[in-house]
Ligand binder design. Structure first.
Ligand code: AR6
Length: 178
C-alpha cells in the first residue's frame, strides 16, 4: 500500500493513497477544516463522521479559525490520539494563497511538536472544495515541511494521505524531486 517513503533530516516522509479517517498507528491526523470546525464535505466530513459528535462539541469553543491557522483536539472515535484542524486558503480568494497554505503546515507541525506527537498524517489541504491546483499545493506542502524538518524534535513520521491515484502521483513526483 505504501507508495513512497523518503528519509530527510532523519524524518520519514511517506506518500500513500487512502482515507485520512482510517490511519491507525498515526498519533495525529490533520483535518482540512472549515472556519467553523463543523462537519463538512471531503476530509472534514470523513473525519467528523468517523470521530463522532463529540469532536464537533470539542471544536465549538475553538472556532472560528482563520486561513492558515491550526487548532488541536482529541480524536474521539478515530484510531488516533489527536486531530489537528487546519483552515486552508480558498484558491483565488484568500491571498497570498501559497503563504496561507504554508502556514497550515507550519502551524500544524508546531502544534504537533508542542504536544510531543511522533507521527502526523496530512491530507492535501485546500485541493478539494477550496480549489487549489494539486501540483502547486504539493510543492508548497513538501517545500514547507522540508524547511521545518531540521527543527523537529518529536515528530519522526510525516505521512501524506492522498485520496486519488493521480494526486498521489503528483505528491510522489514532487517528493522524489526534493
Ligand atoms: N481522505 C483523504 N483525502 C481526502 C478524503 C479522505 N477521506 N476526502 C477527500 N480527500 P477537501 P479543502 C481529498 O475538500 O479543499 C470541506 O467541505 C480531496 O480529494 O476535503 O481544504 C470543509 O468543510 C482533496 O484532494 O478540503 C471545508 O469547507 C483534499 O482531500 C472545505 O471542504 C482536500 O479536499 C475544505 O476544502
Amino acid at each position: 500500500m505504501f507508495c513512497m517513503k523518503k528519509t530527510l533530516s532523519g524524518i520519514k516522509i511517506e506518500c500513500v493513497q487512502g482515507d485520512i479517517a482510517s490511519q491507525p498507528g498515526i498519533d495525529a491526523v490533520v483535518n482540512a477544516a472549515n472556519a467553523q470546525l463543523r462537519i463538512g464535505g471531503g476530509v472534514a466530513g470523513a473525519i467528523h463522521r468517523a470521530a463522532g459528535p463529540g469532536l464537533e462539541q470539542e471544536c465549538r469553543p475553538l472556532s472560528p479559525i482563520r486561513p492558515g491557522e491550526a487548532v488541536i483536539t482529541g480524536a474521539h472515535n478515530l484510531p488516533n490520539t489527536y486531530v489537528i484542524h487546519c483552515l486552508g486558503p480558498v484558491y483565488g480568494q484568500d491571498r497570498p494563497e501559497s503563504l496561507l497554505l504554508a502556514n497550515c503546515y507550519r502551524n500544524a507541525l508546531k502544534l504537533a511538536e508542542e504536544n510531543e506527537i511522533r507521527s502526523v498524517a496530512f491530507p492535501a489541504i485546500s485541493t478539494g472544495a477550496f480549489g487549489y491546483p494539486i501540483e502547486d499545493a504539493a510543492n508548497v506542502a513538501l517545500k514547507t515541511i522540508t524547511e521545518i524538518l531540521p527543527y523537529l524534535k518529536n515528530v519522526a513520521i510525516i505521512r501524506f494521505v492522498l485520496f486519488g491515484k493521480s494526486d498521489l502521483e503528483v505528491f510522489r513526483d514532487t517528493l522524489e524531486s526534493l
